[in-house]
Design a protein around this ligand. Sequence first.
Ligand SMILES: [Zn+2]
Ligand SMILES: [Zn+2]
Length: 263
Amino acid sequence: MNIRVLGAHGSDLLLNGPTSQHICRSVGFLVNEELMVDAGTLASGLTLDEQKRIKYILLSHLHLDHVKGIPPLVDNMSGLMDHQIVVASLPSVLVGLQKHVFNDLVFPNFFNLPGSPYSILRGEELEPKRELRLSKRVRITPIPVNHTVETAGFIIQDDEVAWIYSGDTYVTENLWQEAARIPNLKGVFIEVSFPDSMRDMAYRSKHLTPTLLAQEYRKIGKPDLPLYVYHMKPTVRDQIIDEISHLDIPHVTILEEGQELTL
Ligand SMILES: [Zn+2]
Ligand SMILES: [Zn+2]
């Protein structure tokens, strides 16, 4: 499975480093060129031809840093699309998306555009813990996690490999229990948002710190499982990376915009 990192952070910021600048963008991963896993960054990271190939958008929850890439995509695709884009998520997320974003006030309702022969977006409701074949090759299973709003992590798999995406989460159990049972699990993407010094903020906003990340990762019981870290808040990115380097986890990758992985 091919994964392109369009956004690996919990917000957007142009960071000034000692020798270069780093563009931090909100979370969005493009899988096999046709499936977005979260959509905080989407159109700004893809050419028009690449955007036309997107058929599925999988959303972990409704927070803006996970959905704000969708309006520019449908704006670009207006009049160019020959297929609908399936937006798959928990029912509350699909309702919220149309109530608060695609509500004909903030943005036109591209799920149901008046006068249009068909809508660009089509909602697909997911049921917790029930596997769904989203595309020809890819199956997904939503697992509820522990965040401030209803949120799902996902098991994403084809016939050869599986990987886990945590969504935004604080300390949780079910997702790691499922992870422990998957024989062909090739990687786990776990969010980290704040350094350990901001653990109170992490608790209040239901996010992980590096120490909590290590605790959650170890619940899976697979010490050689590759760990991919994302959703760092850009202003505390360097501090988080420093703390993760002291965690004693052998296969850890800090995800960055522009990276491409094959699992
Ligand atoms: Zn987030
Ligand atoms: Zn969130």
